[in-house]
Structures are given as C-alpha cells and as structure tokens.
Design a protein around this ligand. Sequence first.
Ligand SMILES: Cc1cc2nc3c(=O)[nH]c(=O)nc-3n(C[C@H](O)[C@H](O)[C@H](O)COP(=O)(O)O)c2cc1C
Length: 327
Amino acid sequence: MADSPPSCYLSLAPMQGLTDAPMRDLLTRIGGFDECVSEFVRITHTVHSRATWLKYAPEIANSNRTPSGVPCTVQLLGSDEEKMAENALEAVRFGVRKIDLNFGCPAPTVNKHQGGAVLLKEPERIHRIVRTLRRALPDHIPLSGKMRLGFEDKTLALENAQAIAEGGACSLTVHARTKVEGYEPPAHWSWVKKIADAVSIPVTANGDVFTLRDYLDIKRESGCNSVMIGRGAVMCPDLARQIKQYENGEEVCEMPFAEILGWINLFVDLCLFQTANEKYAVARLKQWLGMMKKAYPEAQALFDAVRTVREAEAVQKIVTGFQVAAG
Ligand SMILES: Cc1cc2nc3c(=O)[nH]c(=O)nc-3n(C[C@H](O)[C@H](O)[C@H](O)COP(=O)(O)O)c2cc1C
C-alpha cells in the first residue's frame, strides 16, 4: 500500500542573507522542520567549484543534512538552462541530493539578468528550464520549483505552475504573491488552492505564516498539508515546533524569551564557526534581534544593549547577563 501523505510537512524557506547555514542549523535544532532550502545559488556563465557549493550549503559535507539531521535542498537561480543543468550535475557530483529552482526572486539586478520572478512572464521558458534540468539530472535526484503568482498580475499563475509540473518537477512551492506585490500583505492563499487544483504534483503553500493561527488558516485556505515558513520562523524561532506540537495533539508550549537567550548565544557561536568573522556574527545577531523584537518585546531591550557593541565576546557577555537576570 502506498504511504499516505503526511498531514503536516514543514519547510524552512530559502532567504538570502537570512536563512544562511548558521540560521538553518539553529532553527532546525530548535525543531519542527522536515526540510530546509539553501539561499539561492546564482548561475551565470561559470560552473561553480566545490568550495562555492559548500559555502552555500555546508550541509553537503554532512550527507545534505543540517547537524540536527534535517535534509537541505539546494536552490538554483538562473535562466540559461544549459549552464544551470551543467551546474546542477556538478552539484550532484559534489553530493547535493535535491535541487530547487527559483522562479520568484524580485531583486531588480537578478530580474535584469533574466533570473527569478521575471521568468514568470514566459511560461514556455520556465518549462524549458525545468525540462532541461530534469533530463540532465539522474532520476533519483528530486527537482522542485518555487514560484510567485506572477510578475505584474496573476494571469499566468496556472500556466506557470503547469509549466513547472509538466517540465518534470516533482513538487512546487507557491509564494502567494506577485512580484510587484513584494512582501505587502495579504498573501493570496486561495490562489495556492487554484494552483494545487490545476497541477498533478504536490504543492507547498507559502507566505505570511507568523503564528500557529496563520498556519491553520493557510492550510485551510490552500488545502495544502505542506507549508513553507520564512520570516515567521526567524521572528519566532520555535514556530515550527509549536505547529508540530499542535499537529501531534501535544500541548503547545511557546518558548519563553529566557530560553531563546541560550539559542542566541549559540547562534553567535555558529556564525563564528562558519566564517571566523566577528563583524559578520555580530551583524547577523543584530539583524535577527531586529526581527525578533516584533514577536518578543524583550528582544528590544537586548537589541538596545548590543546596538553599539562590535565584539562577539562582549555581545555574548551581555546576552548571558540577560539570561542571569531572567533567572
Ligand atoms: C530576505 C529574504 C530573502 C529571500 N531569499 C529567497 C531566496 O534566496 N530564494 C527564494 O526562493 N525565496 C527567497 N525569499 C522568499 C521566501 O523564501 C518566501 O517565499 C517569502 O519570504 C514569503 O514567505 P514568508 O512570508 O513566510 O516569509 C526571500 C525572502 C526574504 C524576506
């Protein structure tokens, strides 16, 4: 008998400059995620070296899993299907086990070079890219796609989704907005349902899940059991764990900020381990606190306390001081 699909599958969204390897490591340790996706690896005219693939996805050296064992998919962004296929094959040679294709990036520089969301104006081109990669890759390497609802409007949403499915992708994630809608709420979850009804591959719903309530709403409106969470997972690092607790019929325990403080110091360590660059570690922490303060008022006080501090050790001392004060 075939396995029935899981009633809840959670993936951590690819977010350039936000869900880098240390953040993926941290959030998958906290728990709840079934999969994570690397920041996009941009493909232009070169074939990337092993060092580059490892820089984007150090998980490659760990059987494509984060240290806590969650599989990591590597995302490619580009428009030259031959170069993308060459790179995808090389990535597989270095150990990548699942590839995702980005058809949603709104960045002007990326779109100017015919990558990301601009491709949503040309479903045939999207189809060609997916088909070329599917044909080039060994059968056992899953290939998925991630799209927005369109560039300027949603008129080609179904056509683009079908282009991805018929090109040979095994699954599709839909960020429920057009490119011009940027990150402006609301995300149009009912459009994910329209897309899921129009394609024969599993669809993952994505966009504006910041709370357990949002998760229940996106699931209901999209009809999808598979949900991808981006900014919400960074703002509320145990959101995926809360969702899994709920789905498992367990008591939902929100992580108190006092406990998050321990994870904050670990995050600084993970950043230092990844780059040995103190400035980077401190900047990433400030970026994270800046986002977390929307969910936790306590993060504001910590943000203010570290705002002008530049050394990682000094930052960690301050965090520890907050931990002691929180008892
Ligand atoms: C800072 C930032 C960087 C992003 N980088 C990527 C990326 O590399 N690849 C991609 O497919 N989507 C990228 N996205 C889009 C997210 O994966 C996701 O689709 C979007 O944030 C909506 O989900 P959310 O509301 O849960 O954050 C990015 C989003 C943000 C905010």
